[in-house]
Write a protein that binds this ligand. Structure first.
Ligand code: MRU
Length: 365
């Protein structure tokens, strides 16, 4: 079964509430953009590409409710909605990339054709029609982003599967599956494609403290896909690598700098260092929408700091004393020297990333 964690349903956006998995499979119908923003902030929708898709649909949904007297007023209100969606989470660049693409689609809407189609003096009719065309164009653009995202995942899966040999044991961190991409998955897409090709593989999944995306989501997806999976705590990864039990690591990414530095779920950096120490290839699988050419190196990537509660509690139960100081960065940056290759839908990039990634983003929309 392929899950669809984000879905456009004309009057609502249906999302799978990932905070409830694996205990319950609950879908939420989000009826306005503010609910979409809340769902992203609360990580009911999560994972870089899925956040981008949800935000694109959120902006399209918000646009349908805009009432404005002119095209300028419409675009200004659209900008306000876009800024609210953009303020939800700072690290995954797919969010900003999708909103930017949506805004460009609205701006490029056929004002010129409108002017030709209607008499110059029928201004009100012209403006009204232009706005309904923008609303329709935004829905189409969001659907296109969703579709292209899924196509990119499939391509990443096929390209990445070439790196996976029959009999491999693959370690992954966090969740970069269909849940995280609203498609086929990136890191898990590589694993699924290799499995579908008949390769006998197995996966070690880091539990991924503090929010347990590995235990709750990756393990759930792999069990559903009938791919052998062993759940380990984050601190066990080095042990299994040193015993020669791991053939490669594949993870997703939230933002990749122009030089190939990779921001991903907290703990990824430790896995990458351990992989290098143990001569285990460390692969990153991500669509080109995750590459941020405006960021030269990982030090410029904003790292989200989340609530201390996520560290002091597990499943609602308190595990630390009141009054303890807590740090909770949700992501870390893996310097590019630890990254063996970056698998994108435009091909597999290797050092020097500044060139290999640069070529790949020229091909993206
Ligand atoms: O905080 P999350 O759960 O949104 O973080 C998700 C990750 O770090 C994923 O590894 C990343 O977004 C890649 S998803 C294809």
């Amino acid at each position: 079964m392929q899950v669809k964690p984000v879905e456009w349903r004309d009057t609502v956006i249906r999302v799978l509430d990932q905070t409830r998995l694996p205990a319950e499979v609950v879908f939420l119908d989000l009826a306005d953009y503010a609910e979409v923003a809340k769902a992203i902030r609360e990580m009911r929708v999560r994972g870089a590409p899925a956040i981008g898709v949800a935000a694109a649909y959120g902006l399209a949904l918000g646009a349908q409710a805009i009432e404005a007297g002119s095209r300028e007023e419409f675009l200004s209100k659209l900008g306000t909605i876009s800024r609210e969606l953009a303020s939800t989470r700072p690290t995954a660049v797919n969010l900003f990339w999708a909103l930017d693409r949506m805004t460009r689609a609205a701006g490029a809407c056929p004002e010129r054709q409108e002017i030709l189609r209607y008499a110059q003096n029928d201004r009100k009719r012209r403006e009204g029609s232009a706005m309904s065309e923008i609303k329709a164009a935004l829905v189409e653009e969001a659907k296109r982003i969703d579709r292209e995202n899924e196509e990119a995942d499939r391509r990443i899966g096929l390209l990445g599967a070439e790196l996976i040999e029959d009999g491999f044991t693959i370690l992954t961190h966090c969740n970069a599956g269909a849940l995280a991409t609203a498609g086929y998955g990136t890191a898990l897409g590589v694993i699924k494609a290799a499995h579908e090709q008949g390769k006998r593989i197995q996966v070690f999944a880091d539990e991924t403290r503090p929010l347990l995306q590995g235990a709750r989501l990756t393990a759930w997806e792999l069990v559903e896909a009938q791919i052998p999976v062993t759940l380990i705590t984050d601190s066990m990864a080095g042990h299994f690598m040193s015993q020669g039990k791991i053939d490669c690591v594949v993870v997703g990414a939230d933002r990749i700098a122009a030089n190939g530095d990779v921001a991903n779920k907290i703990g990824t950096y430790s896995v990458a260092v351990l992989a290098k120490e143990n001569a285990v290839p460390f692969y990153v699988a991500a669509p080109t929408s995750t590459i941020d050419p405006s960021v030269k190196s990982g030090t410029e990537i904003p790292i989200e700091e989340r609530s201390p509660d996520e560290v002091t509690r597990i499943g609602g139960a308190r595990i630390a004393p009141d009054g303890v100081g807590v740090a909770n960065p949700a992501f870390d940056v893996t310097p590019h020297r630890y990254v063996t290759a970056i698998i994108t839908e435009q091909g597999i990039a290797r050092e020097p990333y500044i060139e290999s990634l640069g070529r790949r983003i020229q091909c993206r929309k």
